[in-house]
Design a protein around this ligand. Structure first.
Ligand code: HDE
Length: 720
């Protein structure tokens, strides 16, 4: 036996290794056939976490080649130990997110209204980290869930970190933070079965909502296309609460924060969202990543709604109520700077996962108001970071650490990396100038705005919060007809998934207080046998609130195709002159193109040149593009007509109201996709290269909404 194991030992030390070549890779294979790649030249040597170089990362240490694994294999044990602890608790809400670095550039000095350092000097740039997220889904949920998007911005100012932890919707479901666990429990998976995830189309959510009339304004927003944005780059952000600016004289001005996307607003349609989730569950993060990698840096402008106590007293609603907006038409949004995202993270976990936002992080010149939702958030965020990141020292992680000097007396705890230096770890102390540490500063230090507060200690909701329907109605009437229909369709979809009839009916009784047409659409859509009575309202719905065009997505589109993506379906024999003309027209517009072909290797064009493909047809369905062009050759079109993915490409582009550019040879595809009778002005013939610019001009409308009134395409039952 002893003799045999010696033989085995020798074999383990590398006898029988062979150098082989796998296409472009020189590798070594060992007697067991496993592949080894070794450090040469500039390639660093793999080590343990203690820095000990590793000779073999493919095999654990064994007693003989087929024997038990030796406990002394410190590399193996360290590797598995670390792996076992890779996951940290995901965020209880906003678990799925994607972040990027950039900067905020101030346009002008705002010193008259705030002493916040970052707003003092024109053109001042402040580094930022932004994390976009969905709310309800788990970390691995798809990007196009119908959901609110988080829009959290950390500004590393010279006077400390300021976090604007906002959403892409300017209102919230509830008025008091004490209801947050309830709304989130109701929205997330039902506790007995653990599903559905990343969707609100289930009984528990609508049960809670239908018993929470304060959520009705938010319901209008979440059932609108705002919750299925085309890209993070095309959505607005809002600080939601009313905050305060405080200037050097101690004067306070109320402020609401807005982020306005430079590329305009855009959403997808629901049927498209459902399909994107299958085709590319990472659609939003990939979009942001690609845009930044291409140097097409996404930009938003910071907008401020500024108002004083006088306005707050006069305004129809309470400015402390986070279920209300102040219409932009009433208090205009002043644009004061721009946010540019120009750098992807180097490591997703270290930055995007570990970043810890906190509404409590404000800087001198900015202050809270008594919004009861904000007051509760100020407790919750710090508390949750301790659980999630495992230590009060999460501020030592580079993504969370301020970029300005900071000096504290806090010490120790898990993973402490920045303990106080010097003798004193307390103050006051007598070690002035000899390791005595930092001291407070009445001049520079944060001073809370000295708002007068009085009143009895009560657990009562203010009567000024009681109007739950008027702004919901205002939102609804401010939408275009298309958008109003989308709200009705979304509500019908969601409530059709609700099993309990009384919950569906209760929701319709609330909708009656918002708008009779909406309630009727729902009663029809759900086929209620009779219309319920309107829900008893704490305050009657006001019908005098004016339309606010700023609330519509369609009315705030960009009138440009910039930043958008066109999918071009090609086959062998594609007309190279038209393709080139399309490419240059898109480049001029600032848009991108993706070639979709029957095989990933590409196609041979009419002039003999080779066109590389980015997607095979079934991997690049039209839902991934803002508009499509169909440029097959005659033979190619005949083949595509028998390809189910190609037919879906056309049928979906049509039913998602996209602009479709096509050459004559593509027409057989229309018949097979069931759209040949429905060709409308959204179809643009590309007969010659110069037609491409008219096509791009049409695409600037983003969608051909007029098609919506028409019927969906007739699908032919043809085999693949
Ligand atoms: Fe949050 N929220 N929230 N929230 N929230 C969290 O903090 C909370 C609310 C928002 O990308 C948690 O670090 C309470 C409104 C964003 O890391 C948690 C209440 C708005 C993010 C928390 C609210 C937001 C969070 C979970 C009711 C828009 C993601 C993980 C009073 C203005 C930040 C974490 C990121 C995350 C609590 C309501 C935005 C548990 C108690 C309103 C964008 O602390």
């Amino acid at each position: 036996m002893a003799k045999k194991s010696k033989t085995n030992d020798r074999r383990q030390h590398g006898n029988g290794r062979k150098n082989v070549r796998y296409a472009d890779q020189d590798v070594i294979i060992s007697t067991g056939g496993e592949v080894h790649q070794t450090a040469r030249g500039e390639t660093p040597v793999l080590t343990t976490q203690q820095g000990i170089p590793i000779s073999d990362d493919q095999n654990s240490l064994k007693i003989g080649t087929r024997g038990p694994t030796a406990l002394e294999d410190f590399h193996f044990r360290e590797k598995l130990f670390h792996f076992d602890h890779e996951r940290i608790p995901e965020r209880v809400v906003h678990a799925r997110g994607f972040g990027a670095h950039g900067y905020f550039e101030n346009y002008e000095s705002l010193s008259d209204i705030t002493k916040a350092d970052l707003f003092q000097r024109p053109k001042e740039k402040t580094p930022v980290f932004v994390r976009f997220s969905t709310v309800a889904g788990n970390k691995g949920s798809p990007d196009l869930a119908r959901d609110v998007r988080g829009f959290a911005v950390k500004l590393y100012t010279k006077e400390g970190n300021w976090d604007i932890v906002g959403n892409n919707i300017p209102v919230f479901f509830i008025q008091d933070a004490i209801k947050f666990p309830d709304i989130i429990h109701a929205a997330k998976q039902e506790p007995d079965r653990g599903f559905p995830q990343a969707q609100t189309a289930h009984d528990n959510f609508w049960d809670f909502i239908s018993l929470t009339p304060e959520s009705m304004h938010m319901v209008m927003w979440i059932m609108s296309d705002r919750t299925i944005p085309r890209s993070f780059r095309f959505m607005e952000g809002f600080g939601v609460h009313t905050f305060r600016f405080v200037n050097a004289e101690g004067k306070s001005t109320f402020v609401k924060f807005h982020w306005k996307p430079k590329l305009g607003l855009q959403s997808v349609v629901w049927n498209e969202a459902v399909k994107i989730n299958g085709a590319d569950p990472d659609f939003h993060r990939r979009d942001l990543w690609n845009a930044i990698q291409m140097g097409d840096y996404p930009e938003w402008e910071l907008g401020l709604q500024l108002f004083d106590d006088n306005f707050a007293d006069r305004f129809d609603f309470d400015v402390l109520d986070a279920t209300k907006i102040i219409p932009e038409e009433q208090v205009p949004v002043k644009r004061v700077g721009r946010l540019v995202l120009d750098r992807c993270v180097e490591n997703f976990f270290a930055e995007t996962e570990q970043v810890a936002f906190c509404t409590q992080n404000i800087v001198p010149g900015i202050d809270f108001t008594n919004d009861p939702l904000l007051q509760g958030r100020n407790f919750s965020y710090l508390d949750t970071q301790l659980k999630r990141l495992g230590s009060p020292n999460f501020t030592h992680i580079p993504i969370n650490a301020p970029k300005c000097p900071f000096h504290v007396f806090q010490q120790d705890g898990h993973m402490a990396m920045m303990n106080p230096k010097g003798r004193a770890n307390y103050e006051p102390n007598s070690w002035n100038g000899q390791g005595g540490g930092p001291r407070e500063s009445p001049e520079k230090g944060f001073q809370s705005y000295s708002a007068e507060e009085d009143g009895a200690k009560v657990r009562i909701r203010s009567e000024t919060f009681a109007d739950h329907y008027s702004q919901a109605r205002q939102f609804y009437i401010s939408q275009t007809e298309t958008e109003q229909n989308h709200i009705a369709e979304a509500l019908t979809f969601e409530l059709s998934k609700v099993e309990r009839l009384e919950i569906r009916t209760r929701m319709v009784s609330h909708l009656l207080n918002i708008h009779p047409k909406l309630a009727k659409d729902l009663a029809d859509g759900l086929r209620l046998k009779e219309m319920p009575k309107a829900a008893d309202a704490a305050k009657p719905t006001r019908e005098d609130l004016k339309k606010s065009p700023a609330l519509s997505i369609v009315l705030n589109g960009p009138q440009s195709f910039k930043g958008r993506k066109m999918g071009v379906l090609v086959t062998d024999g594609v007309d190279s002159a038209i393709l080139q003309s399309l490419q240059s027209a898109l480049k001029k517009e600032g848009a991108t193109i993706e070639i979709v072909a029957p095989k990933i290797g590409g196609v041979k064009a009419s002039d003999g040149s080779w066109i590389e493909a980015a997607q095979r047809i079934d991997g690049g369905p039209s839902v991934l593009y803002d508009a499509v062009a169909l440029l097959p050759s005659k033979d190619g079109a005949t083949a595509l007509a028998n390809n189910a993915a190609a037919r879906d490409f056309v049928a979906d582009a049509f039913s998602h109201r996209k602009f479709i550019g096509y050459i004559d040879a593509a027409t057989p595809l229309f018949a097979k996709a069931g759209v040949s009778d429905n060709r409308d002005e959204g179809f643009i013939a590309l007969k010659k290269p110069t037609d491409c610019s008219a096509f791009i001009t049409a695409c600037r409308q983003l969608r051909h909404w007029a098609r919506e009134a028409n019927k969906a395409p007739r699908r032919l039952n043809v085999g693949a």
